[in-house]
Design a protein around this ligand. Structure first.
Ligand code: 13P
Length: 288
């Protein structure tokens, strides 16, 4: 009977992980919340690699080498590679994500991709608000908010990226920038939906620069983000939200970052393009 109850309770989780090995739960919140957060590490390939052959070979190597035991792993290939990469990783512990979507359902929007399209390709996660989308493609907070809502409506997990520029960091505006982005980008998101969203804190000055934010500095910003989510929703909801760090994460920096209590994962750019380094990141070792 007890075993049957356990199967009933776990069945949605088992369905999500497709029978692959369940990840270790790494955090137990102190009372009153009983939330446990599963770590989540993403590989954002950006506009790489440049051929389908290379994309399949990278996806193949990562999916063969990672067994899912450390937590949720997601790769975000460019749109044209989603189908073939999905076929390559099928049956493994790696999930498929899209780097963006447009917030309309369908129609005359040349070059755009709808949430339902990437969902039907097998995507479970979608990035929204990445700093490159904000600065190069001019995605503003209103568009990002509409994207977040559309990703939720399609039944996928939004990975909402926020973070300050170098000028804002120097002007000590880190917390206010994060607070404003959270408030605008999450408008209309319910408490239940919020629990499923992943926040990726990516200081813009750390992206692609080799300048990783010191783990203790990142931790204090993550703690602030969680407190802010607590104010916007409730401390219980905030306790369940997973917050990733992104910006020049490598095998050398991942262990210390993942040892921080409010860092629940990483969003990796450059180092996710080399199978060995990404697999080492996925198999992070928390420091004592
Ligand atoms: P890098 O790891 O190359 O700094 O990129 C981080 C990033 O933008 C992930 O979304």
């Amino acid at each position: 009977m007890q075993a049957m109850m356990l199967v009933l309770v776990l069945s949605p989780v088992l369905a999500f992980y497709g029978g692959a090995r369940l990840p270790a739960m790494r955090r137990q919140a102190v009372a009153p919340a009983m939330a446990m957060r599963t770590s989540v590490i993403g590989g954002n390939w950006k506009m790489n690699p440049t051929s389908l052959e290379e994309a399949i070979s990278l996806a193949n190597a990562v999916s063969k080498e990672y067994d899912g035991s450390k937590g949720e792993a997601v790769i975000f290939p460019p749109f044209p590679f989603l189908g073939p990469v999905k076929e390559t990783i099928d049956g493994s512990s790696i999930h498929l994500g899209a780097q963006s979507i447009f917030f309309e359902d369908k129609g005359a929007y040349t070059g755009a991709v709808a949430a339902s399209m990437v969902k039907s390709m097998g995507c479970t996660h979608v990035l929204a608000g990445h700093s490159e989308r904000r600065s190069i493609f001019k995605d503003d907070d209103m568009a990002i908010n509409r994207k977040v809502l559309k990703i939720l409506e399609a039944g996928m997990i939004p990975v909402l990226c926020i973070g300050e520029t170098k000028e804002e960091y120097d002007a000590k505006l880190v917390e206010s920038v994060c607070a404003i982005q959270l408030a605008k980008d999450l408008a209309g998101v319910t408490a239940e939906q919020m629990k499923t969203i992943v926040i990726a804190y990516e200081p813009v000055w750390a992206i692609g620069t080799g300048l990783v934010c010191p783990a203790d500095v990142a931790q204090s910003t993550h703690a602030y983000i969680r407190k802010k989510l607590g104010d916007m929703y409730s401390p219980e909801v905030a306790e369940e939200v997973r917050i990733q760090y992104g910006g020049s994460v490598t095998p050398d920096s991942v262990d210390e970052l993942m040892s921080m209590p409010d860092i629940d994962g990483c969003l990796v750019g450059g180092a996710s393009l080399l199978a060995d380094s990404f697999v080492r990141i996925l198999n992070y070792e928390e420091e004592a």
